[in-house]
Design a protein around this ligand. Structure first.
Ligand code: ZN
Length: 265
């Protein structure tokens, strides 16, 4: 059984963190951010929490350059494919002469075009040692039925992830099993950098109360606490700190609930 399957099939509440590992479009300092990834994976793994890494070709290239690919496989990670069609390395673009550099959404492309983009992105990730790849998430959650069809035909991927409230997600037939981000609407999602820590803790507590899967989301461009995004977007505490706060709540839950569940009558 794949790791994503284990996570999805777990009964009741479970928390996992997904990270969109971006490219040069968002990560102004890809190297420094990639260098801070292991620290976050260590924290999650130590607390028995899966991290789903949605990786773009540029990020895969950086992990490979820094010799981090085999290292990060030692942690509780699940690999996913992440595509921003306007931010692809030359080696992939050469196969996609139809790419419009202004177009940010994968689902804007035809079935045949998406197939070519996906095939070469998958090959690229495999070439950098990223495997197995178990799940897909489009850039800006962009995805339609053509995307699912192409993924089904070309890859072993059986899962996809998105925020169900985002308009860029246009899937109508669930060819792939959805693993959505925990969200109440298009903005209110369990996004580490988005709200105050109090608000995040409150959202997590809600998921615990409702016995739901809480898939959090964050972005590679915040892995480095010195990254310019913190100042620019006025984010007070870094994502490592925020994650620690959430883990405290999960620990409290485990101490309180699991012993009760395990009592044999
Ligand atoms: Zn992205």
């Amino acid at each position: 059984m794949g790791n994503i399957e284990k996570l999805v099939n777990k009964e009741g509440f479970a928390f996992a963190l997904s990270i969109d590992c971006e490219g040069t479009n968002f990560d102004k300092n890809l190297e420094n951010n990639a260098k801070n990834l292991e620290r976050l994976l260590r924290l999650n793994s130590k607390n028995n929490i899966y991290t789903i890494l949605f990786i773009t070709p540029y990020f895969a290239d950086m992990l490979c350059k820094l010799n981090l690919v085999e290292k990060i496989k030692q942690y509780k990670v699940i690999f996913g494919l992440h595509i921003h069609p306007d931010n692809l390395p030359e080696e992939i673009k050469i196969h996609c002469p139809f790419i419009n550099h202004e177009e940010k959404l994968l689902a804007a492309y035809s079935y045949e075009e998406q197939k070519i983009i996906i095939k070469h992105s998958m090959d690229y990730l495999y070439g950098k040692g990223i495997n197995p790849i178990e799940i897909f998430r489009g850039g800006y959650f962009s995805m339609d039925d053509n995307t699912s069809k192409a993924l089904k035909e070309l890859t072993d991927i059986n899962y996809e992830s998105h925020n169900i409230y985002r308009k860029q997600y246009k899937v109508t037939k669930n060819l792939l099993t959805p693993v959505p981000v925990y969200a109440f609407d298009s903005n209110e999602e369990l996004r580490l950098e988005y709200f105050s820590t109090e608000k995040l803790v409150q959202m997590l507590a809600e998921a615990i109360k409702d016995n739901k899967k809480a898939l959090g989301i964050t972005h590679s461009y915040l892995l480095d606490p010195e990254d310019l995004h913190y100042k620019r977007d006025n984010i007070a505490k870094d994502i490592h700190y925020r994650l620690k706060e959430l883990i405290k709540v999960i620990k409290l839950y485990k101490q309180a609930i699991e012993p009760i569940e395990n009592i044999k009558l």
